[in-house]
Design a protein around this ligand. Structure first.
Ligand SMILES: Cc1cc2nc3c(=O)[nH]c(=O)nc-3n(C[C@H](O)[C@H](O)[C@H](O)COP(=O)(O)OP(=O)(O)OC[C@H]3O[C@@H](n4cnc5c(N)ncnc54)[C@H](O)[C@@H]3O)c2cc1C
Length: 475
């Protein structure tokens, strides 16, 4: 057995994505010595955070790359709406307020911002985009952390912790024991643990295991090892294991790390049918950023866990085109054949939809008045007939972004055991996002939660290790 710097590390950070890096940087700034353990090799470092593009930010007036205002109350109401009330208001508001004051700190550590590009995501007011995406963000944070003296170790998956009366003593990587005075866990969700996903989603009435057909949009290293260990060790958990951010993505996506380029963003501009060539949900329910995260689950509930997004030539130029071209055809019959759908049923579905369209003033930037009448399910906005060739279709599969099951925290990001907060064990990011996001999603809030609670956890871990007050503004 080897022991690394026994009792010389103040703060141990487990994980290597945004939440872990924010915690490590803040703990180091507070004067603590910090060691960060990343399960992935260096070239795959950064977890799901490396795939991100933006951060949802509260602001009361236009700010550099953000237009208009996005006040606390509106952010909170958006969160309330998407979670259906399954959120902790105190923690949610804490994250929201933090989002209004973290960007100067982010800039200080090398993160640059750019305005959103036009497309279907309508995010220029609410979300600040990272120049170079999440990969540039994590690279900047690693550079800054190393410059400040944070020790970083790759290929270091933590398997278990040593706990004593709810306090952290050491972490184990294989046979190596690593002690520290305080610890921040930021090791992501369990989305890359196929067996756990299978268990959470179960078997459907047709005998299928839906999780077998899921692609994982991000890192293969978020296997939930630490989450499972902590739950088994008696830490209070929060959230439903079957809840996850699950998007409909290109069915040709790789099993891991497909990232954002596998997303299909034309759902609200056309119709979506299942393997039986039948529609199953209102494609025009709300703006795409507020709805894209429900489509993975909707597709997961269809036979064979597959759907087909169908548009016509009128949709061209109105959405961010996917990287890989879809199937294209000059007739509906030909498109059905190319997508492997029953021709007669598909043509009937499209014709019934076309006949039900009540065309008003099409405007994809507002909830317009183009809708269907007498059709079930209805399409409530942006309903234009699919009648202008060439027609295009994309096969869709559920793509899991991250899971919501996590550990319960308080405003100090402390892990709880039977309602009692730990004095030196903290958690941030996906591992506790379920406190704020019980279900649903609104674009950019994953990084808001990770940045806010990463910084809070880092500040409290440093204070616990150095036995002094908390320096972080929000803490
Ligand atoms: C394709 C994609 C696009 C996204 N786009 C956005 C976006 O634009 N805006 C947004 O807000 N959110 C977005 N998200 C969600 C966002 O990625 C997460 O909410 C956020 O990155 C979570 O940060 P984290 O640090 O908790 O987890 P991660 O960034 O996933 O980091 C977890 C880290 O823990 C490490 N790890 C796992 N297990 C262990 C272990 N046992 N020991 C040591 N290390 C371990 C992993 O290797 C990884 O480095 C996106 C996600 C994906 C997949």
């Amino acid at each position: 057995m080897t022991e690394l710097n026994s009792n010389s590390v103040d703060v141990l950070v487990i994980g290597g994505g945004n939440a872990a890096l924010c915690a490590a940087l803040v703990a180091r700034e507070a004067g603590a010595s910090v060691l960060l353990l990343e399960a992935a090799p260096r070239e795959w470092r950064g977890g799901n955070s490396a795939h991100t593009r933006n951060l949802r930010c509260m602001h009361d007036a236009p700010q550099d790359v953000l237009t208009g205002a996005y006040p606390e109350q509106e952010f909170w109401e958006d969160l309330l709406k998407v979670t259906g009330g399954i959120t902790d208001e105190k923690l949610a508001r804490l994250a929201i307020r933090e989002s209004s004051r973290c960007r100067d700190w982010m800039r200080k550590h090398g993160v640059n911002f750019q305005p959103s590009l036009s497309g279907t995501l309508h995010l220029s007011r609410t979300n600040a985009f990272f120049m170079g995406g999440g990969k540039a963000l994590v690279n900047a944070y690693y550079r800054s952390a190393e410059a400040l003296g944070v020790q970083v170790r790759y290929n270091a998956p933590v398997e278990r912790l040593e706990l004593e009366n709810g306090e952290f003593r050491a972490a184990w990587v294989g046979t190596e024991r690593i002690a520290a005075r305080a610890c921040v866990m930021a090791a992501g969700g369990f989305e890359s643990n196929r067996e756990w996903l299978r268990e959470a989603w179960g078997q459907n009435a047709d005998g299928e295991w839906p999780a077998d057909n899921f692609a994982i949009r991000g890192t293969r290293f978020n296997r939930g090892v630490l989450l499972k260990f902590m739950i088994d060790a008696g830490a209070d958990s929060i959230g439903d294991p079957s809840q996850s951010h699950c998007v409909a993505i290109d069915a040709r996506a790789p099993q891991y790390d497909g990232g954002i380029c596998t997303r299909i963003d034309c759902v609200s501009l056309g119709i979506v049918v299942n393997r039986n060539a039948e529609r199953f949900y209102d494609e025009g329910e709300d703006f795409w950023p507020k709805r894209y995260a429900i489509w993975g689950r909707l597709v997961a509930q269809q036979p064979g866990q597959i759907g087909f997004s169908v548009i016509d030539a009128k949709a061209n130029g109105r959405f961010m085109p996917p990287v890989f071209p879809g199937e294209t055809a000059n007739t509906l019959e030909e498109l059905a054949r190319k997508l492997g759908l029953d021709e007669a049923t598909f043509v009937r579905t499209v014709r019934e939809y076309n006949a039900a369209c009540r065309i008003g003033r099409f405007d994809h930037t507002v909830l317009d008045d183009c809708h269907t009448e007498g059709l079930a399910p209805a399409k409530t906005h942006w309903a234009l007939p699919i009648d202008k060739p060439p027609f295009r279709g994309y096969a869709l599969r559920p793509g899991i972004t991250f899971t919501y099951l996590g550990l319960k925290v308080n405003e100090a990001a402390a892990v709880h055991f039977s309602g009692v907060p730990s004095a030196n064990l903290f958690v941030a990011g996906e591992m506790m996002a379920g406190n704020v996001l019980g279900k649903g999603y609104t674009a950019g809030v994953g990084m808001t939660i990770g940045t806010a609670f990463g910084r809070i956890a880092g500040a409290h871990a440093a204070a616990a290790a150095l036995k002094k007050g908390v320096e972080h503004a929000a803490a």
